[in-house]
Design a protein. Structure first.
Lengths: 96, 224, 573
């Protein structure tokens, strides 16, 4: 295969970061940070997901088409969530 | 030993072309899975905005410890899955088989812990429809708590179904690998289903904060 | 003029009717049921989809018969009110999920996508066969449920009626539909990967036939929308089976959440149904006007534009559901935008016909029908996109007429056009042209008579999904039912003469229409591997004639100038 091979050392390093981030996200939930629980949790989750995708899933060496596919999936999920929430967030707004 | 020409389909130019198609096909499938779970996340988000207090209260009653352990288990299984792809790429058959078996074992451990967790949820009267006591939720709206729990079971349940399918496939891959079906020239199935496995892991990475960590925890929540 | 035909691209003369082709390379039930040849799978789909069309048509027949009378006295009319509800539900479900969504992609797309890009098969042939089995399983389950009474929820399964109140076989039907959805997903996935990776050398994206562009856009919609519908239907089933109330107002659940998730798929679904039809029309118009498409890039990007914009408008089905007014305004504005790419396509087809050398054969007659009827249907969609107007015509026959103009006047017409256009290639036989033209005319007349009165009915206030109506509406209803009977004749005719042509039709050569396109460079019927040698592409898809010639033909220039131009050409070569 003409594919670039990611060495196991990279995998171990990424794994260590992922475990550390897991401890961080669980640890944060014991602090009194109010609304930042959700924001922080999602942010850390996103960082972990990106690490898994780039390295474990080889996206960092991936073809353009695979980037487009995953980008499209995420973008469309964004459309679903944002436009649906425009209903829920504005339902109780008064018209006048 | 698998004959190279026996696995090349007639409509592809060569094995590399076939490998590329398999990988892209799996990425396209994963994009659809993003939308499947995404639909659930959307519904969850809509109610989370509307009933924030009840959701936080309900979330704090879930077992964070098991969830955290399960997260570590699943991340480790992703590591072993990635290592098995590497083993296939460099032709180390025994390592490939062991890593695949380890991946399946870790996935199974996740499911076992999940069953333990569900059992505890049942004992704690956290199962709407089966074992739920509205009286225990006097500070918030029990109906909204049930909504949270409904989403909790559906989302983790769907995730568990995906994981079970993944375990079955990984075991099958281990069998084929033991029989020598995969070489550095042909290991597309390992990589493809590796992608699936990592995706299931990523779903859990988001389920953890969204379901278990939305409110403040006390140390007593760890059920030690 | 002979000078025009000289520029029609011909391959190295292919052999006369081939000895071995995909139909006779192997015989027996197993060779068909276990085939991985995309052409055979397309025919398997053709048979199943046609069967489902006539089953859905039977339901429509019963509906139109029932609606010949006002049925105001309880118990009067051909059907009971309850059975009427089941009838329109099953008509909608079968026609949408088992006919309109799969028909052009799974029949014409499966057959011709690989051939049009010079490939030997789709990227995943076994997945292709699996998608047919999954389709059949879904159809069998749904049909079984239908025979046991079906559902009465409408094809939209709105909660809380579907989750709590409906005493019908909701869950079996949901299972059948979810399974059929997977079939659609597999096809879409196959097409996307195929178009990315299996194009012949030299076939860049902007040399692709527009049918391929439209199938690609359709497949993108399928991949991104269908999973959300699957989830919505599963949640309804879960709520119905185990009382877990996601959409239950008593638990603080929101019935509108179901509608959001449902329409997130079901609006793009209408583009799944119509985009492939538009692709067929692009192919047919260019061939039968003997002219390059006007504005290729615009038409190609319009397909992508429809796919993307189609995802941003779903809540225009929910203006009256209780959604926030602000959201309604947002979706209304977005709905106006989605009309633009479709309008671009209609304009470009018209411009292609202009100054073309029009050859009024059956495929073109159906394609012209598409353009006219789709335009009317599309413009009435703009009426519905205006919230103020929709308040009055929502859930009336105005909506029913609107979507039938697009689905029947659009997609079915386009399917007929494509079926006739590619019939010689698929079967090796020509259909009888006189009968084809007659069928096109009957379909067109029948269609107008059936659905045009429904716009009036809706505007006058006749609600949809009601088993009875006020007597003042009877004349228009009878007109509509009469039209439906004519339409039925128009659809049965091709069934008869196409089957007849298999045994008795004139044998077709490789390129009876003188069309461009890789699929016409093979024998009819094609060999199992499509191409003996992988073609190398060095030109665009619709190079029918150089633009200089067109000016001579249509410019009103006297004969001498025409001859001079011809001489110039022959010296130039």
């Amino acid at each position: 295969m003409a594919e670039r091979i990611i060495p196991p050392s990279t995998y171990y390093r990424v794994f260590a970061v992922l475990i550390a981030l897991t401890f961080l996200t669980v640890g944060l939930s014991f602090l009194p940070i109010g609304v930042w629980h959700t924001v922080g949790g999602l942010f850390i989750g996103a960082v972990k997901a990106v690490l898994v995708a780039l390295f474990f899933m080889h996206l960092i060496h991936g073809s353009k088409a695979s980037w487009v596919m995953i980008g499209a999936g995420l973008f469309w999920l964004g459309i679903l969530m944002v436009l649906t929430l425009t209903d829920y967030l504005t339902r109780h707004w008064l018209l006048y | 030993m698998a004959d190279k020409s026996a696995v090349l389909w007639h409509h592809f130019d060569d094995l590399s072309h076939q490998h590329e198609a398999n990988a892209l096909g799996m990425w396209a499938f994963l994009a659809t899975e993003v939308l499947v779970f995404g639909a659930l996340f959307t519904g969850y988000a809509a109610y989370r905005f509307s009933y924030a207090e009840a959701f936080e209260e309900a979330s704090s009653r879930l077992n964070v410890l098991i969830a955290a352990v399960n997260t570590v288990v699943l991340l480790t299984s992703s590591l072993t899955m990635a290592l098995s792809v590497w083993a296939a790429q460099v032709g180390r058959r025994r390592m490939l088989v062991w890593c695949l078996l380890l991946t399946a074992l870790l996935g199974t451990a996740f499911l076992v812990f999940k069953v333990v967790e569900y059992n505890e949820d049942y004992r704690e009267q956290l199962v709407p429809g089966l074992a739920f006591d509205p009286g225990k939720w006097k500070d918030t709206n029990p109906a909204h708590v049930q909504l949270f729990l409904a989403f909790y079971y559906i989302m983790t349940g769907l995730h568990a179904v995906h994981l079970t399918v993944g375990i079955g496939i990984v075991l099958f891959l281990a069998l084929m690998a033991w029989r020598g079906a995969y070489t550095p020239a042909y290991y597309a199935p390992v990589e493809m289903w590796g992608l699936y496995w990592h995706f299931v892991d990523i779903v859990w990475i988001f389920l953890l904060p969204l379901l278990y960590l939305i409110g403040r925890h006390e140390l007593s929540d760890l059920h030690l | 003029m002979s000078t025009v035909l000289e520029h029609v691209p011909q391959a190295v003369p292919p052999p006369a009717q081939p000895q071995v082709h995909y139909l006779n390379v192997a015989f027996g039930v197993r060779s068909w049921l276990l085939t991985t040849d995309h052409k055979r799978i397309a025919l398997l789909y053709l048979v199943s989809v046609t069967l489902m069309f006539f089953i859905g048509g039977a339901a429509a027949t019963l509906i139109r018969l029932h609606l010949m009378t006002p049925n105001q006295a309880p118990g009067s009319g051909l059907l009971t009110a309850d059975n009427y509800n089941r009838m329109f539900t099953m008509h909608g479900l079968i026609m949408i999920f088992f006919f309109l969504v799969p028909v052009i992609p799974a029949v014409l797309g499966n057959f011709f996508l690989p051939m049009m890009i010079g490939a030997r098969d789709l990227a995943f042939p076994r997945l292709n066969l699996l998608s047919w089995y999954v389709y059949v399983s879904g159809a069998v389950i749904t049909f079984w449920a239908m025979l046991r009474g079906g559902t009465d929820t409408g094809w939209t399964f709105y909660t809380p009626f579907s989750t709590k109140a409906s005493h019908s076989l909701v869950v079996p039907v949901l299972i059948g539909l979810t399974i059929a959805g997977f079939s659609s997903l597999f096809t879409g996935l196959n097409f996307v990967v195929t178009v990315h990776l299996m194009r012949a050398p030299g076939l860049t994206w902007f040399r692709l036939p527009l049918f391929v562009w439209s199938l690609y856009a359709t497949s993108v919609i399928i991949l991104l929308a269908t999973p959300v519908l699957a989830m919505a239907l599963v949640l309804v089933a879960v709520e119905r089976l185990w009382g877990v109330g996601i959409f239950d107002p008593a638990l603080g659940g929101d019935p509108l959440l179901f509608q959001h998730l449902f329409w997130f798929y079901s609006h793009p679904a209408v583009y799944i149904m119509v985009l492939p039809g538009m692709g067929v029309v692009s192919e047919v118009i260019t061939c039968f006007a003997r002219k390059n498409i006007f504005g290729y890039t615009f038409v190609a990007f319009a397909s992508i534009g429809i796919a993307v914009l189609g995802f941003l408008v779903w809540a225009h089905h929910m203006f009256l559901a209780g959604m926030s007014v602000y959201a309604s305004l947002v979706f209304s504005a977005l709905s106006y935008f989605v009309a633009v790419p479709s309008a671009i396509k209609v304009f470009n087809w018209t411009a292609t016909l202009y100054k073309g050398s029009v050859w009024l054969q059956t495929p073109l007659l159906f394609a012209l029908g598409f353009i006219g009827l789709f335009t009317i249907g599309g413009m009435t969609g703009l009426f519905l996109a205006a919230v103020g107007l929709d308040v009055h015509v929502h859930d009336t026959y105005f909506v029913v007429a609107h979507f039938h103009f697009i689905m029947v006047g659009g997609t079915v017409m386009a399917y007929m056009a494509g079926l006739h256009y590619w019939w010689p290639k698929m079967s090796g036989r020509m259909y009888p042209e006189g009968w084809g033209k007659l069928a096109a005319l009957i379909v067109f007349v029948g269609f107008i008579l059936t659905f045009l009165p429904q716009f009036v009915l809706g505007y006058l206030g006749m609600p949809r999904r009601y088993a009875s109506y006020v007597p003042e509406f009877q004349v228009l209803n009878v007109m509509s039912s009469a039209g439906a009977s004519i339409l039925a004749v128009g659809y049965v005719l091709p069934l008869v003469y196409l089957i007849w042509s298999l045994g008795y039709g004139k044998k077709a050569g490789p390129n009876p229409w003188g069309a461009t396109g890789l699929e016409w460079q093979t024998p009819s019927p094609p060999p199992p591997e499509n191409f003996a040698v992988t073609p190398v592409v060095d030109r665009g898809p619709y190079e029918y004639a150089s633009s200089g010639e067109i000016e001579v033909i249509g410019g009103g220039v006297p004969e001498q100038a025409a001859q001079a131009a011809v001489q110039e050409e022959s010296h130039g070569r």
